[in-house]
Design a protein around this ligand. Structure first.
Ligand code: G3H
Ligand code: ZN
Length: 275
């Protein structure tokens, strides 16, 4: 069933475990995420980013499909808007029934990040919607690998108090869109952030983090683990292999289905590997 994001993340936090959040770009990603979570028998967060909304031209076509699929799912599924800085889009997500949003003003100077995040959080909270924000910009979204950013624990605590957000994305060594899985996380910083910040911490750019480091980072204090590129890699490999083996096939259900099945298996594997 469609489940509140705060419930999924809160349950993970209470066990010092992780809630995995997977990005859906298209309908086959949605069904892969839900099938993978069902096979692992684990709750899951399915998220759509502002960039994916741009790809579709509007939130509703992919957003309403995701909400409908979540409502019918056999495991708890939370539906989240990822990396949004467009206030109109945040409002659309709230109106459509999304359980949570990420207000991403992390590229702004600190005071501006606080102002934008505080205003958006107040609006979302009035509607009962859970809010994630980011402090200390995790790199890579512009295609430039940048694992050097770090979030300061004292500033993070001040930011959460000033904005009232429900979760905070932090920069601890990951970078978005990595194709290799060799990022080194600052586990000691994660522990210091965990001690300083009263809300769940979120890891972005998790695709570049090796399996064992991901598990260690959760034990050190991260609660929501965002994974996108790793699933795209697996999906695309499945499509490529199918098309190479069956060059005569033109039915998209055949090759997209091959990608979807591979992605579902990777969702299950990642859910099982996370504490
Ligand atoms: O917000 C989404 C995540 O940060 C995904 O990052 O594509 O590097 O796994 P990734
Ligand atoms: Zn991200």
């Amino acid at each position: 069933p469609l489940t509140a994001t705060g419930d999924v993340v809160g349950a993970a936090a209470a066990r010092r475990a992780a809630a995995a959040a997977f990005n859906a770009v298209q309908l086959e990603h949605v069904t892969a995420i839900l099938a993978g979570a069902r096979a692992a028998n684990r709750p899951v967060i399915a998220q759509v980013s502002q960039n994916a909304v741009r790809y579709h031209g509007a939130l509703a076509p992919i957003g309403a499909a995701l909400l409908a699929a979540a409502a019918e799912a056999e495991v708890p599924v939370a539906v989240h808007l990822d990396h949004a800085d467009d206030v109109a889009l945040l409002r659309q997500a709230v109106a459509l029934g999304f359980g949570s949003v990420m207000v991403d003003a992390s590229a702004e100077p600190y005071a501006e990040n606080v102002r934008i995040t505080r205003e958006a959080a107040a609006y979302c909270h009035d509607a009962g919607v859970w809010v994630e924000a980011e402090l200390g910009e995790v790199g890579g979204k512009d295609g430039v690998h940048a694992p050097g950013a770090r979030t300061d624990p004292d500033e993070a605590a001040e930011f959460v108090a000033a904005t009232g957000v429900d979760a905070l994305a932090v920069a601890v060594g990951s970078s978005h869109a990595m194709l290799t899985r060799d990022a080194e996380l600052d586990l000691e910083l994660i522990a210091r952030l965990r001690a300083a910040v009263p809300v769940p911490l979120v890891l972005h750019g998790s695709s570049g983090v090796p399996d064992d480091t991901l598990a260690a980072a959760v034990r050190a204090g991260l609660t929501k683990i965002n994974i996108a590129t790793q699933l795209n890699k697996v999906f695309t490999a499945g499509v490529r292999e199918f098309c190479a083996r069956h060059p005569e096939v033109v039915d998209p259900r055949k090759y997209l289905g091959a990608g979807r099945d591979r992605m579902a298996a990777e969702v299950t594997r990642l859910l099982r590997l996370l504490p």
